[in-house]
Design a protein around this ligand. Structure first.
Ligand SMILES: Nc1ncnc2c1ncn2[C@@H]1O[C@H](COP(=O)(O)OP(=O)(O)OP(=O)(O)O)[C@@H](O)[C@H]1O
Length: 340
């Protein structure tokens, strides 16, 4: 027996009706066992539970997220994720292939993103020693921003992700980026609604300070978290380093010198376009400003990131010496509110 199922509120019936649509493939537990070879290959684990590799009969590779008994995610969140992913289709959002709801077994079946999550790449945890170059980082940021912009503006009613972080940006074989994990996502109930009240959600280091204190979740809460992601992409560092504080404060402190090389991830070996990087830092700072109403919309972020990518495409990722020569000058011309 699934306790949440028995105590589920009435509106669950509506979710369930929705799930009956033919495009949402419902798998039996036995089918999951078969195409994961009895849950042989573990590829990750998160708040929902373990994630396993699987391969369907038609050779489609999938990731199967099995709900753990220890998970705090109840049936409601499970259905919210299924419903969100069913409604939204975008090239930069991870696609839901199907789900399993059989007795106590709850599982979500996604398209498989073979390169895993962005966080592991930035922290050098892929086991292959691969470093993402600056151009790829900006492209990944742009694609993730496009996915979020679509959630905020491309659907009938805006969807707030609520848990934007580098772990939730997944990479395909060609490094195409997609936003994942809609477990906490929230949908507005009407056009006039401006925020959603929710208990503190999200992950340490990514939570919008305004949301943290007011409990009001808005699109700008996602914008804040995305700003933190941009700073991680630039520095390669985690959002919080004990004793060194939050990434926003660390970067603010460093850019006072007007020298981008003190911010840039050392793994890039100095190979980056200075103006492009300043642009990304500039966007990140605007996204992470404390006052939510002063943050840009995801649409603005997309435009700025396109410009940053153009700079790399036109001028290339330059090496150390050239960067050192133009560093301070570029910072003067691109950083600051007037750069928008
Ligand atoms: N579709 C997928 N394709 C490939 N790997 C995946 C896929 N979905 C998840 N993973 C891997 O499994 C890991 C765990 O994912 P999951 O979404 O369960 O947790 P999380 O987002 O890391 O953490 P939390 O649930 O606590 O927010 C991911 O970081 C990723 O490496």
């Amino acid at each position: 027996m699934v306790p949440e199922l028995m105590s589920a509120p009435g509106h669950i019936t509506n979710h369930w009706d929705h799930l009956q649509k033919p495009e949402n493939r419902r798998f039996t537990y036995q089918e999951l066992e078969k195409f994961t070879e009895n849950f042989k290959h573990l590829i990750g684990h998160g708040g929902f539970g373990h994630v396993y590799y699987g391969c369907l009969e038609d050779s489609t590779e999938v990731a199967v997220k099995m709900r753990s008994e220890l998970s705090s995610h109840g049936l409601n969140e499970f259905l919210a994720e299924v419903q969100s992913l069913t409604k939204v289709h975008h090239r930069n959002l991870v696609c839901l292939v199907g789900y399993c709801w059989e007795k106590e077994h709850l599982a979500l079946v996604y398209e498989y993103m073979s390169r895993g999550n962005l966080c592991d790449y930035l922290r050098g945890k892929t086991g292959m020693g691969e470093i993402l170059n600056w151009k790829t980082r900006v492209r990944v940021a742009l694609e993730a921003a496009q996915g979020l912009d679509y959630l905020h503006k491309g659907c009938n009613l805006p969807i707030i992700h609520g848990n934007v972080k580098t772990n939730n940006i997944l990479l395909a074989q060609n490094f195409k980026a997609k936003i994942a994990d809609f477990g906490l996502s929230k949908t507005y109930h009407s056009d006039s609604q401006t925020h959603i009240s929710a208990a503190a959600a999200g992950s340490m280091g990514y939570i919008d300070p305004e949301y943290y204190t007011t409990g009001r979740l808005t699109e700008s809460s996602d914008v804040y978290s995305f700003g933190v992601v941009l700073l991680e992409i630039t520095t390669g560092e985690p959002p919080i380093i004990p004793e060194n504080g939050h990434i926003v404060q660390r970067v603010k402190h460093k850019i006072v010198s007007g020298n981008i090389s003190s911010v840039a991830d050392a793994h890039l070996g100095g190979a980056y376009n200075v103006s492009s990087m300043w642009k990304v830092v500039n966007i990140a700072m605007m996204c992470t400003t404390d006052i939510a109403t002063q943050r840009p919309k995801m649409g603005d972020v997309v435009v700025q990131l396109k410009e940053s990518l153009d700079l790399v495409e036109v001028h290339g990722d330059r090496g150390d010496m050239e960067n050192l020569a133009s560093d301070t000058m570029s910072s003067m011309s691109t950083f600051g509110p007037s750069a928008r």
